[in-house]
Design a protein around this ligand. Structure first.
Ligand code: GTP
Ligand code: MG
Length: 312
């Protein structure tokens, strides 16, 4: 059975994918890696960066693929393929603008037993005035960073997610004459950045993306819908000088190939978080269940969907 994961640019796809891979491979949780596969190299590589206390590089804008993570559910022995997004930049936006799924995506969607939608709440929080006047959104206003993806002039951010879900359910052949039973988990990523840590993930979704919340309430059956929070890193990574690390563009090396060893070592130190490295990535990152309970087993993100009855 396969589960399709979707998330827009900078939503934390690569880091979370690497952490899930690390948990499944090196720790005992609800899911394990059932085999090594050629195409998991991307996640393996990203996990090795985290082991060095460094952030994985940004995914190239031109990449638009997926990585199949072959997992096994420990309790039941059931095999699950997690179709993890390996794309960068504006690729999801292209789907939304063209309002069409490419044939390969249509096939993945039809075959998917369920979907995991990754949303980074701090990158999509839109103040009310911006909903009515999209043009006034600027860097530096609350919740915006350079990482904040641009929004379509005509659409508030949450309508884009509604449109995406409409495209997917259409491709899946589901009709609105009854609520959808297709298992869906909305995972709010980089949860450590969320200002009000006392909110449950569902409250955060309702507050931050009200249109999406309303749509889900009307369209999805309650038992098939899950909302969780997830922080893949626990906190932002910083170097020893306290400067925030950033995922380098994929084609930018850390230092020149012929850099003297001391310069290369300094470049490594500047781009790594010593404490994160010492604690190892496996012990960091957590998931927040909707009842507010914190779990260190990130693979529970997938488990909730598997408890659901089979999709139509
Ligand atoms: N605080 C915090 N920051 C995170 C977390 N996960 C990722 N980040 C930050 O977000 C940046 C983007 O994460 P990626 O995993 O590269 O995101 P992506 O969706 O793969 O991004 P693209 O490949 O550029 O589309 C990282 O470089 C980190 O700086 C997290 O759990 N907490
Ligand atoms: Mg990426």
């Amino acid at each position: 059975m396969s589960l399709l994961v979707l998330g827009e640019a900078h939503s934390g796809k690569t880091v979370l994918g690497a952490q899930l891979y690390g948990r499944a491979r090196y720790t005992e949780g609800s899911l394990t890696l059932r085999q090594q596969a050629q195409d998991i190299q991307v996640l393996d590589h990203a996990f090795r960066s985290l082991q060095r206390g460094m952030l994985p590089s940004r995914t190239s804008k031109d990449t638009f693929g997926t990585v199949q993570l072959p997992l096994r559910r420990c309790g039941t022995g059931q095999d699950v393929d997690l179709i993890w997004p390996d794309y960068g930049g504006e690729q999801l936006k292209i789907i939304l603008e063209s309002r069409q799924l490419a044939p390969a995506w249509e096939e993945r969607t039809t075959q998917a037993h369920g979907i995991i939608l990754l949303i980074r709440p701090t990158a999509t929080h839109v103040p009310p005035d911006v909903l009515t006047h999209p043009g006034v959104r600027e860097f530096g206003s609350s919740g915006y960073t350079e990482d904040t993806p641009p929004i379509d002039e005509d659409l508030p951010v949450d309508s884009q997610y509604v449109e995406l879900l409409q495209l997917l359910t259409h491709a899946k052949g589901l009709h609105r004459d009854q609520r959808f039973d297709w298992p869906l988990t909305v995972a709010l990523t980089c949860w450590d950045e969320v200002a009000d840590q006392h909110r449950t993930p569902e409250e955060q979704l309702r507050k931050g993306l009200p249109l999406l919340w309303q749509y889900l309430q009307g369209a999805w059956s309650t038992s098939a819908l899950h909302v969780v929070g997830v922080s893949a890193l626990t906190r932002p990574l910083k170097n020893e000088d306290g400067n925030l690390l950033d995922g380098l563009p994929h084609d930018q090396p850390l230092h020149a190939a012929d850099a003297p060893p001391e310069e290369a070592r300094q470049a490594m130190l500047d781009a790594s978080d010593k404490d994160f490295r010492n604690r190892t990535p496996q012990t960091q990152g957590y998931l927040i269940r909707n009842d507010g309970q914190q779990e260190s087993d990130l693979t529970l993100l997938v488990d909730a969907l598997l408890s659901e009855p089979h999709a139509p």
